[in-house]
Design a protein around this ligand. Structure first.
Ligand code: SF4
Length: 570
């Protein structure tokens, strides 16, 4: 998917821009995008609605006309269709590039029989007699596995899967070199969807066409494409091998898309990417929604940069940055003249804005590790860095945008002598942050964020008079007043009843989604971990025994300790 022109290019797109014009306004749907596709390649295109995916497909078909503005180069097999007259574009359309549109009911003519419609594209490029048309219709229906008698049916008499097959047959009727599939499986159930994948693959083996697949469906991407391109606000933010992009997205936007997908995280509570604003075209188009945006991001536009042979990302920080790195950390305690090795050479990383769960049985070293990361206890060996700075004492906890730790026991982690207000004001006062009024404002913001009242009567209540769930919310709010970039949640739900536990977790995940902090979630419960985290690290007797995406660790792991934790939670 290089941007260089080669002899083998099926498609070569250079600085393509599309602006839709209305009477008094205009909308940039594509902004100077460039990429190339070689013969035989299968490319996937992902992005939210409005990212420009369908506009790109329509541009390749030469279907965007005045008053809308299309600029740049769109070369199909060496011919720039933007400079061709409509008559010649029509020759290329269907014959070289064909498209299976989504919403089959909208695309098919409701009052025309299938047998007539299926040969329409063919009739556009070739003059066919009635007999020839009938013969072609039969061949095409057979090609996509439909009995010939369906020729006399009207579109509404066919199921969604059958209509999709008809559209596929129409698109393939002129033997195109490139087939564009726009959401080929979005309206199909799981069984029909699988059949559709098989059909597309077998037709591809037979005819050798390339595909450009537009879909929200990550499974479709994994099955049908080898390469993936991520579009946002009409710009390309990431390109790479499909498997690698899905397993380890490099751009914060790609990660947000994948984290919102039920296929990637079948057990996790899903949250979309917060915000909808497209930043000004001057800076990074994703800056308003990015969890790691810098001031530079709003001023200058990042261009696509190669991270390795196959991966490119448009980001001033070369993609998602590592927030926390733990390298070869050791810790031991002396108990009754015996030395207990609590943490043995643990290495891990937490990236900006992600949730990593560390899972292990009691005594596996999880809480010790959490305390080392927060800087509360020093390691015997190894190194912890936060924002590339070594964590030596509890400095990250004492500053805004640092690390905050919420402990498991809401009864002992808050002083019973403190009111709610004192509890939340304290970290701001100790660290001399803001004026008295500003501190109070922050306290109220944090209380609202954790869905607790801000009335004086509540602010003046002693923490000892609150329920366990309320105290844990206060503990989270106490962390939030410091606007952390990393929140360590150490078994925060173990002392709560199941209903309070569920509410608290949902609240925490919602806060993370809206505030963009990363979370290090310490738990003994692997089932809980897969509901909340993108990545899971399993700790056993102070050592990391497994690490991977939450679906891999909980579904495919062969590790004995992981399996034991899974079974223990059932
Ligand atoms: S860090 Fe900056 S350049 Fe990179 S994606 Fe975020 S806003 Fe864009």
């Amino acid at each position: 998917m290089d941007t260089n022109k080669t002899q083998n290019n099926l498609l070569y797109i250079k600085e393509l821009s599309v602006v839709y014009k209305a009477e008094s306004s205009s909308l940039t749907a594509l902004n100077q995008i460039s990429f190339a596709m070689e013969n035989g390649q299968n490319l996937g295109l992902i992005g939210e609605s409005g990212s420009g995916k369908t506009t790109l497909a329509l541009s390749l078909m030469g279907l965007i006309s005045l008053p809308h503005k299309v600029e740049g180069e769109v070369e199909v097999l060496g011919k720039n269709i933007l400079s061709l007259p409509e008559k010649q574009i029509r020759k290329l359309r269907w014959k070289e590039v064909a498209m299976v549109f989504q919403n089959s009911l909208d695309v098919l003519n409701p009052v025309m029989k299938i047998g007539h419609q299926i040969v329409e594209p063919l009739k556009e490029v070739e003059a066919l007699s009635i007999k020839e048309s009938a013969g072609e219709a039969q061949k095409l229906l057979e090609l996509v596995g439909l009995e010939y008698y369906w020729k006399d049916a009207y579109p509404h008499q066919l199921s969604g899967g059958m209509r999709q097959r008809v559209l596929l047959a129409m698109a393939l009727s002129c033997s195109p070199r490139l087939l564009i599939l726009d959401e080929p499986t979005s309206s199909l159930d799981a069984v029909i969807r699988k059949e559709m994948f098989k059909l597309i693959q077998s037709l591809q083996n037979k005819f050798g066409f390339s595909t450009l697949v537009i879909s929200h469906d990550l499974t479709a991407m994994q099955v049908l494409t080898e390469r993936l391109m991520v579009l946002y606000g009409g710009e390309i933010l990431e390109k790479g091998l499909t498997r690698e992009v899905i397993e380890e997205p490099a751009h914060t936007y790609t990660r947000g898309l994948i984290n919102s997908s039920v296929q990637a995280f079948p057990y996790k509570d899903l949250w979309g990417i917060p915000g909808e604003t497209i930043s000004s075209r001057q800076g990074c188009v994703f800056a308003a929604r990015c969890t790691q945006a810098l001031s530079e991001c709003r001023i200058s536009k990042p261009s696509l940069k190669k991270l390795n042979l196959d991966r490119e990302v448009a980001c001033h920080q070369d993609g998602i940055v590592d927030l926390l790195r733990v390298k070869g950390v050791y810790k031991s305690y002396n108990v009754n003249q015996a030395t207990i090795q609590a943490v043995k050479g643990v290495s891990l990383r937490v990236r900006h804005g992600e949730t990593v769960a560390i899972v292990g049985r009691s005594g596996s070293g999880k809480s010790t590790l959490a305390q080392i990361i927060a800087g509360f206890i020093p390691p015997d060996g190894g190194e912890v860095t936060f924002f590339n700075q070594a964590v030596k004492d509890n400095t990250p906890v004492c500053k805004e945008g640092g690390i905050q730790l919420v402990l498991q026991d809401p009864f002992s982690s808050l002083s019973h002598r403190f009111t709610v207000k004192d509890t939340l004001m304290e970290p701001l006062q100790i660290n001399k942050i803001g004026s008295r009024e500003e501190r109070l404002e922050r306290v109220k913001e944090a209380l609202l964020a954790v869905q607790l009242p801000i009335a004086n009567s509540f602010l003046e209540r002693y923490c000892s008079t609150l329920s366990g769930g309320q105290r844990q919310r206060i503990a989270i709010a106490r962390g939030l007043v410091m606007k952390p970039k990393l929140l360590i949640a150490d078994e925060i739900t173990t002392m709560l009843d199941v209903s309070t536990q569920a509410n608290l977790l949902r609240l925490l995940k919602g806060l993370q989604n809206s505030n963009g902090f990363a979370m290090f979630f310490v738990t003994h419960d692997l089932h809980l971990a897969r509901k909340i985290a993108e990545r899971i690290i399993v700790l056993h007797q102070g050592q990391v025994t497994e690490e991977g995406s939450s679906s891999f660790v909980t579904e495919e792991s062969c590790c004995f300790h992981t399996r034991a934790l899974m079974e223990a939670g059932l």
